[in-house]
Design a protein around this ligand. Structure first.
Ligand code: NAD
Ligand code: UGA
Length: 446
């Protein structure tokens, strides 16, 4: 089967490479020139474990090709996926659908034969229907139908999520003359290589598929936020959040996932999708208090974390206080800096006069453009620790696990560690003279 993928970001590139591995012939259309040139050279401009090898393999087999022109991408394609960005609109927080509608218009203008357009981007309920109207008004001569296939992959484990999904959601337009049956058959054939996993395809109405994506992301964001609030209660009451969350997760009605507390959820999706769902709900006249509180609690958390660090540093302003930060990305195993908690926390510390020394294994080049220019970007973790009064761990990169207490002693000036990922909870830090503040636990003093 020949398909076109519009947009070569995290989702378009991973989905395109995985569909190629399923046996489809994929043409990825990317309009950003540098990105396209990099694909054509054989480089991928983002960090996602395993993607390099899959990309190289599928490119070598000619199952994955790239172009900048939709007309070229659509040649002989039976399905065209829209995988462009849907960022939060400044001000309102609603999803910016300009890229989606522009792609729909470009597809309609370039199409030469009947097609199925599938939105893979996360789009508010009702968007697929609007895409259909745009395309129909521009090309009444063709039979172009729409479907929704929201993507549930996580950055950092995107390929295994795509290849072993819990479910594949497919929203069909039942208002067409064939009641969506042709779209169903095409998508069933495309996902056929997943048959060995059992029946993973879940068919539903177009609108239900669109809303399922937001409901799932908002629920997970809410679960993380709840875990964070419980961790805060643990810290002051002497309960241990590892024990509490583990025991909660044993109840199958709750489940163990997404109960690990941290510095607040970030990333390109939870923050924007919770905002967009809140706006959708308000517009529909049924505001979601839970979603709105989740957003507010998460924002507040990052500010409170900055205040906590300043309290640990004390109010002796006779010398410049230096803080080392390990980890800048919103989670480990990605270079994505979008809405990372570090982007709120670090400017607050900088404004309070703190000197910052930072290190992240993959996020530094994206972070440099987003953080105050006075921030020192160290070449490695130990370089960031040099002379620091206090160390904060913000991202759970595995390489930080290997840092030894003796190395901390030799590099740092101060003896305070604030571990917002609980990464070093098994290290004997107090016996090396460190005050160790671990998320969800009472502070351990030397
Ligand atoms: P992204 O911003 O990283 O990439 C989008 C790409 O599309 C960019 O490279 C851009 O240049 C390109 N593009 C935009 N308009 C185009 C056009 N008309 N023709 C060709 N190329 C065009 O976005 P992303 O992170 O891949 O996310 C895409 C969508 O998938 C969003 O709706 C997002 O919410 C959703 N999603 C993302 C993830 C994730 O982990 N990043 C996971 C699931 C769903
Ligand atoms: C999330 C969803 O998990 C995916 O299913 C979805 O496809 C994607 O959004 C999307 O729509 O784009 P992602 O943003 O890659 O995936 O990352 P997650 O692993 O979900 O983490 C999101 C944030 O929550 C991170 O900041 C992470 O550190 C935080 N988190 C997650 C915790 O603090 N604790 C947890 O237990 C889990």
């Amino acid at each position: 089967m020949k398909i076109a993928m519009i947009g070569g970001g995290y989702v378009g590139l991973v989905s395109g490479a995985c569909f190629a591995a399923f046996g489809a012939t994929v043409t990825l259309v990317e309009k950003e020139e540098h990105r396209l040139a990099s694909f054509q050279r054989g480089d991928i401009p983002l960090y996602e474990p395993g993607l390099d090898a899959l990309f190289t393999e599928q490119k070598a087999h000619n199952r994955l090709t790239f172009c900048g022109n939709i007309a070229e991408g659509l040649q002989k394609a039976e399905i065209v996926f829209i995988a462009v960005g849907t960022p939060a609109r400044r001000g309102s927080g609603y999803a910016d659908l300009n890229y989606v509608y522009a792609a729909a218009r470009e597809i309609a203008e370039a199409a030469t034969h009947d097609l199925l357009i599938v939105t893979k981007s996360t789009v508010p309920v009702g968007t697929g229907r609007k895409v259909h109207d745009i395309v129909k008004s521009l090309r009444p001569d063709l039979d172009i139908s729409v479907a929704s296939n929201p993507e549930f992959l996580r950055e950092g484990q995107a390929i295994s999520d795509f290849m072993n999904p819990d479910r594949v959601i497919i929203g069909l337009d039942r208002k067409t003359h064939d009641k969506g049956e042709k779209a169903k058959a095409l998508l069933t054939a495309l996902y056929h290589p997943l048959d060995h996993l059992g029946s993973k395809l879940v068919f539903m109405e177009l609108e239900s598929a669109e809303l399922t994506k937001y409901a799932a992301n908002a629920f997970l964001a809410m679960k993380v936020t709840f875990a964070n609030e419980i961790a805060d209660i643990c810290e002051v009451t002497g309960a241990d959040s590892d024990e509490v969350h583990h025991a909660m997760g044993l109840d199958p009605r709750i489940g163990p996932d997404f109960l690990t507390p941290g510095p607040g959820f970030g990333g390109s999706c939870f923050p924007k999708d919770t905002q967009a769902l809140a706006v959708t709900a308000r517009k529909a006249g049924t505001p979601s208090q839970l979603v709105e509180t989740t957003i507010a609690s998460n924002e507040d958390r990052k500010r409170r974390l900055a205040e906590k660090i300043l309290t640990f540093l004390g109010d002796d302003l006779t010398h410049t206080r230096t803080v080392a930060i390990l980890g800048l990305t919103f989670k480990a195993n990605t270079d994505d800096m979008r809405q990372s908690p570090s982007l709120t926390l670090l400017p607050l510390l900088h404004e309070a006069g703190v000197s910052l020394r930072v290190y992240d294994p993959y996020g530094m080049s994206q972070a440099k453009a987003l953080l105050p220019r006075e921030v020192y970007f160290a070449p490695d973790a130990l370089g960031a620790l040099k002379g620091a009064d206090l160390l904060v761990i913000l991202t759970e990169w595995e390489e930080f696990l290997h840092i030894q207490p003796s190395e901390l002693q030799a590099s740092m000036k101060g003896r305070i560690i604030v571990d917002y990922r609980g990464l070093w909870k098994n290290k004997e830090l107090p016996s090396y003279g460190f005050t160790y503040h671990c998320i969800g636990k009472k502070t351990k003093l030397p």
